[in-house]
Design a protein around this ligand. Structure first.
Ligand code: NAD
Length: 254
């Protein structure tokens, strides 16, 4: 198996793309740590994986909190003694339950900060914690979930575009600064609108054809595994990656 016994952390793993990622990585043989905002949600996701207890760890952590991230990595090290792969997935275009589709002219500071904190600062905090472990153990792979809005600004996505452009830049610097430590950092962009539950629940989205969350699976396993040794500082677009590798691009009706 491509990820036999590798230790992988997926943030925001309880649902959506994070849930898809953690399933794919576990099915490829990884030992997995899941984190999300509530213990009940990560426990439920871990139970759905139906793995042997020694292969799974479910932890509550808010990736925007330095203290939570520190505790998260301590708990992972206590159980697995290493961290080979970190997938920074926790993120959103607009805070759950908050206002959506605002122009920058109308964006309150607290909304701006929440989007930047989760998508960008969370990725920084988890990457920084990962570097400490990965440098000491001699290597690792960091996979940052990006977005088409991380390469091209989109109307009514001001904070999100700024955050995901930031994630792309952060990833390039992580790659440059850590190549000598055998630590790779790459972005994985799902490549379009993905039919997660949150997206499907947006009024008007039901019945539309969107990418299936499964689109990220194969590229994520590739970036996590030794198959991608030497690949760093790049941004992969999942549907393009699938096509380049002769795989179908999965769609579903939201
Ligand atoms: N769905 C899409 O169309 C799409 C497209 C491109 C990129 N993305 C990116 O994919 C990633 C996942 O998106 P999704 O659509 O699956 O979202 P989602 O809302 O379905 O899932 C996100 C998960 O992250 C968790 N989370 C949120 N804030 C957190 C925090 N501070 N700490 C820990 N966990 C936290 C949530 O509780 C949730 O379980 C995000 O980075 C998003 O920007 C999504």
């Amino acid at each position: 198996m491509k990820l036999h016994d590798k230790v992988v952390l997926v943030t925001g793993a309880a649902r959506g793309i994070g849930w898809e990622l953690v399933q794919a990585l576990a099915q490829a043989g990884a030992r997995v740590a899941l984190c999300d905002l509530t213990q009940a949600d990560v426990d439920a996701a871990a139970a759905r994986l139906a793995l042997a207890p020694e292969k799974v760890l479910a932890l509550r952590a808010d990736v925007t909190s330095e203290r939570d991230v520190s505790e998260l990595f301590s708990r992972i090290l206590k159980k697995f003694s290493r961290v080979d792969v970190v997938v920074n997935n926790a993120g959103f275009a607009w805070p759950r339950g908050g206002p959506v589709n605002l122009e920058l002219a109308d964006t309150p500071l607290d909304v701006w900060q929440k989007v930047l904190d989760t998508n960008l600062t969370g990725t920084f905090l988890c990457s920084r914690a990962a570097l400490k472990v990965m440098r000491a153990q001699g290597g690792g792979s960091i996979v940052n979930i990006s977005s088409p809005q991380g390469k091209k600004g989109k109307l009514l996505r001001g904070p999100y575009s700024a955050a995901k452009f930031g994630v792309e830049g952060l990833t390039q610097v992580l790659a440059l600064e850590n190549a000598a430590h055998n630590i790779r950092a790459n972005c994985l962009d799902p490549g379009g609108i993905v039919a997660t539950e949150a997206i499907r629940n947006i009024p008007g989205n039901r019945g539309l054809r969107m990418l299936s969350p499964a689109v990220v699976r194969d590229c994520a396993v590739y970036l996590a595994s030794d198959e991608s040794v030497g690949v760093t500082g790049q941004s992969f677009v999942a549907p393009e990656w699938n096509q380049d590798h002769g795989l179908a691009v999965p769609y579903m009706v939201a």
